[in-house]
Write a protein that binds this ligand. Structure first.
Ligand code: FAD
Length: 392
């Protein structure tokens, strides 16, 4: 195939990753975003082993490992009962672990990779539609004509079908200075049934900084958001401390409600990643609650698969068909798993929390469940990389 002219809508994880990979394969790439100076929003996330392999392929694996915090296990308890204990090494003594990162650190390394590869980054464009190989901008302007438009606009993409509804629970997030007594190599969570959840994730540091950080999150229903904001912050802190007293040195860093950002979650899976006017990557194709910690990985895998398909197929139609084939089953599997697991950690159902604590948790300790759960969290079930030609 001749080198293509490609418009990428969205300068997030998926957009930047696909830009860097496509540039390396000779495409001319312009990445559009509404922000004048694109920057990440949000706090921290875990890049799973499959996502790290894609970052290696982009050439930024060492850079992100130098910034992030290696995560060996996911650990959660309800009262004295341990109800979540996933160890990455259950897959093998030398199996790769996850990496806790500040969203800003992931953005920085991907942004530099895309820019240094020669991708043009065009900020200040609020995208409202696409058609005829062009993007349409708020205010009436249109882009030049491209051979392909890639939609990487995330969960609220105007080029995708809107999610049917937001999930009832979202979460408050904050990036804070790292302080003990938390495990430096684990995502730790505390639950009260599935109604309350607090979590602490080590996220390493931002580029150019020495200060280590942690992401702190607290489950909150949309319906309770206004009441949370209207009440004094100290009342909420007391509620968190009652669940998890060790969070005191983290909570001390929060002075006002605005120090926390509320993130809402939604589930959506388009039947396939192709619409009439564009191809979707990342959250614009499939979004889920972050309970399984897969969104950024899925975005990275989509980018890798699309770039691979465009490089190996003889024409554009064949490449887009191959992209869908490479990703479809992995996406469906993980969307279903996220949908199943979410209520066990965020819901009002006492019955589901009971099942989690007294049925799922004991079962998860019986072999081969620990290795299977670790592979699920690592993003490896379904062999997404072997299908694309990468090392699993
Ligand atoms: C609180 C929270 C915790 C999470 N934790 C994890 C985790 O632990 N592990 C994990 O793998 N994933 C996690 N995720 C999911 C992950 O962050 C997303 O799946 C991932 O960022 C999706 O990447 P994306 O490129 O598709 O979209 P985004 O990263 O959302 O990028 C979209 C880009 O498009 C731009 N944009 C949007 N609309 C327009 C428009 N109309 N015009 C122009 N530009 C526009 C935005 O400015 C942005 O730059 C979490 C998500 C949340 C909310």
């Amino acid at each position: 195939m001749k080198p293509l002219d490609i418009a990428i809508a969205g300068c997030g994880v998926a957009g930047l990753a696909v830009a860097a990979l496509l540039r390396r394969r000779g495409a001319r790439v312009v990445v559009y975003d509404r922000l004048e100076t694109p920057r990440p929003l949000g706090s921290g996330l875990i890049v799973q082993p499959v996502g790290l392999r894609v970052l290696d392929a982009i050439g930024v694996g060492a850079a992100i490992r130098g910034l992030g915090a290696p995560i060996e296990r996911l650990h959660g308890s309800s009262g004295k009962r341990v109800v979540l204990d996933v160890r990455y090494r259950a897959r093998g003594r030398h199996a790769a672990c996850g990496l806790g990162v500040h969203r800003g650190a992931l953005f920085q390394v991907l942004y530099e990779a895309a820019r240094d590869s020669g991708a043009e980054i065009a900020g200040g464009h609020d995208i409202v539609g696409a058609g005829d190989g062009r993007l349409a901008f708020a205010g009436g302007g249109r882009s030049a004509k491209f051979d392909l438009v890639i939609d990487a606009l995330g969960i609220r993409s105007p080029l995708s079908r809107p999610p049917q509804a937001l999930l009832p629970f979202g979460a408050l997030w904050a990036s804070l200075d790292w302080v003990g007594p938390f495990a430096a190599d684990a995502l730790e969570q505390r639950y009260a049934a599935a109604r309350k959840m607090a979590g602490v994730l080590p996220t390493g540091r931002l580029k150019g900084e020495t200060r280590r950080q942690a992401a702190f999150f607290w489950s909150l229903k949309h319906a309770d958001r206004a009441a949370w904001r209207a009440a004094p912050l100290d009342a909420w802190k007391e509620e968190v401390l009652a669940l998890w007293p060790a969070t005191a040195p983290l909570l001390e860093q929060l002075d006002a409600h605005d120090d926390l950002v509320f993130a809402s979650y939604a589930h959506r899976t388009l039947r396939e990643p192709l619409s009439r006017h564009c191809v979707h990557v990342g959250d614009s194709w499939h979004c889920a609650s972050p309970q399984l910690g897969q969104g950024a990985n899925m975005a990275l895998l989509d980018a890798f698969a699309l770039a691979h398909a465009l490089a190996t197929q003889s024409n554009l139609d064949a490449a887009l068909g191959e992209y869908a084939r490479l990703r479809l089953w992995h996406i469906r599997l993980y969307q279903a798993a996220s949908w199943m697991f979410t209520p066990a950690y965020q819901s009002d159902s006492a019955a589901i929390a009971w099942l989690r604590d007294f049925v799922m948790s004991p079962l998860s300790r019986a072999p081969p469940a620990p290795a299977l759960l670790a592979a699920l969290v690592a993003g490896e079930i379904g062999g997404p990389l072997s299908a694309i030609g990468g090392r699993q």
